[in-house]
Design a protein around this ligand. Sequence first.
Ligand code: PRT
Ligand code: ZN
Length: 284
Amino acid sequence: MKLKIALQKQGKLADGSTELLRKCGIKFSNGHGKLRTEAADFPLEIFFLRDDDIPDYVADGVADIGIVGQNVLKENPKPIDIIEHLGFGRCRLSLAVPKTFEYTTIEDFRGKRVATSYPKILAEFFASNSITADIHPISGSVEIAPSIGLADAVCDLVSSGSTLFSNGLREVATVMDSEAVLISRRDIGAATKDILNKLLFRIRSVNASSRNKYILLNAPVAAVKEITKILPGMKSPTVMPLAEEGWVSMHSVIGEQDFWEVVTELKAAGAEGILVLSIDQMIG
Ligand code: PRT
Ligand code: ZN
């Protein structure tokens, strides 16, 4: 019995997906042009597909689970379950206009031609803002639509924004935020579900570890109470004596997002020699 997973073969989610499995300790080869492979040390069969096809394969049960962007699922909903947000493949679906477009509010899209590969999401967005616009569905190279006279504006996926910029476009409104998610078929059998739970446990440990840092610092004993209040940690921090009288070493785990703020507060509270290390795995 093997769990079957569908991953994007090539594109923005391909590296993130295979890297996640590798960080979960799963070894496999995905040499050139391979469409299917089996993991060496985990009951997993991997299919490499076009991202747009992944929800269908999972809904039909050809694959048990898959990794795909939320934007694809929202544009084309399928009877599948989203079981985990994966934290990579982050992007946003945004409206962008050429420099010549005088934009002040979203109302300026009224009656305009907007090219997009996401006509349903965009139509919903315009409807919820009571705007009637002319949506032009196109399947690719959306960013050149205004310069060739096909549209007045575009609605496309953006991550760094450099594609918009190099096509003379300015991002003016976000329609949706997106990231890669793990999806599952609904009628997954008990044995397959067992394997899925093992994989999920690993994925959650890997993702928790990348969201957190291990922090070590030295502090005078008198500052321990205040520093303990600042360090959020999994539990209370570990405190160990230093060879130097009156000083201790404190260890804890902090969220990557709070990192700079916490470090500044720690220094103000008297912490010295602060070391921040990345964590390989974090088992909750
Ligand atoms: O061949 P296949 O159908 O599998 O691939 P695809 O070309 O349809 O998809 P792909 O690889 O472009 O995107 C797959 C998924 O990655 C999307 O559905 C999103 O969920 C996610 N993702 C994350 C992105 C981006 N970031 C992204 N930047 N998808 C597309 N882009 C495009 C963007 O539209 C722009 O054209 O990449 C270009 C570079 O972006 P900037 O803003 O960094 O310049
Ligand atoms: Zn695609």
